[in-house]
Design a protein around this ligand. Structure first.
Ligand SMILES: Nc1c(NC[C@H](O)[C@H](O)[C@H](O)CO)[nH]c(=O)[nH]c1=O
Ligand SMILES: CC(=O)[C@@H](O)COP(=O)(O)O
Length: 227
């Protein structure tokens, strides 16, 4: 009797479901900040070794898998090419004791990654609610590769917190989409001052520094790969 097994090329199953066959790992091309590196990755597939499969099983397998290509191009921004990139930082004065620390963390990080001081512009606004409109304006100006948005929204007694936090988030997102320039969300949304201080240089690191890294990566991605 003839085997109903499908041709080997159609019997690709994710390694999550099958034992990894190291000889069949796929090759992918990573483009990182302009230079490309060939790397082996874990997205490999192994073909089934059992001889038979019902047509239904084959169809199910095909639906749950994707076909391996010879070389997949991966593109990411770089964190080592900050020089020449220009950044605006919009920072809210509300809860200034926190936002100042976040700003310091961001500037320190930019400098660590070779961004020149003269390529950083800081714009102060009254509160996090006001960040979006300013970020959009700066994004559209064409002067900056990315806009970093810094604020600290801390819960009070009323529902005001939700309004300010949500408006800040959607304002930054709209600014980014409307201007086509990455606007990075560095607004803390905290239950109390302790949480905020922990995230502005305390126990939980400095979120200003973290968002500066995001800004660098996104700026580099747009500058070197997406223009
Ligand atoms: N309560 C917080 C505010 N409130 C002020 C608003 O952002 C805004 O300036 C005002 O409603 C006028 O439009 N801002 C913060 O950044 N953080 C807060 O905790
Ligand atoms: C997030 C805020 O705006 C906060 O300061 C408001 O405090 P409250 O809810 O007590 O008015």
């Amino acid at each position: 009797m003839k085997s109903l097994a499908s041709p080997p090329c159609l019997r690709l199953i994710p390694t999550a479901h099958r034992q990894l066959n190291s000889r069949q790992s796929s090759s992918a091309c990573y483009i990182h900040g302009g230079s490309s590196v060939n790397k082996s990755n874990n997205l490999s597939f192994s073909s089934s070794t059992s001889g038979f499969a019902s047509p239904l099983a084959v169809e199910k397998e095909l639906r749950s898998s994707f076909v391996q290509t010879a070389a997949v191009r991966h593109v990411t921004g770089s964190l080592i090419r900050g020089e020449g990139l220009r950044f605006a930082i919009v920072v809210a004065r509300f809860n200034e004791v926190v936002t100042k620390l976040l700003l310091e963390g961001a500037i320190e990080t930019f400098k660590k990654y070779s961004v020149r001081e003269e390529d950083i512009e800081v714009i102060w606004v009254p509160g996090s609610f006001e960040i979006g409109v300013v970020a959009q304006n700066l994004g559209k100006s064409g002067k900056f590769h990315a806009v970093l948005c810094i604020g600290a929204v801390i819960r009070g007694d009323t529902t005001h917190y939700d309004a300010v936090a949500n408006s800040a988030a959607s304002g930054v997102l709209s600014a980014s989409i409307n201007s086509g320039v990455p606007c990075i969300f560095g607004v803390l949304t905290c239950e109390d001052m302790d949480q905020a201080l922990n995230r502005s240089g305390g126990k939980a690191g400095n979120k200003g520094a973290e968002t500066a890294l995001t800004a660098l990566e996104m700026a580099s991605l747009f500058e070197h790969h997406l223009k």
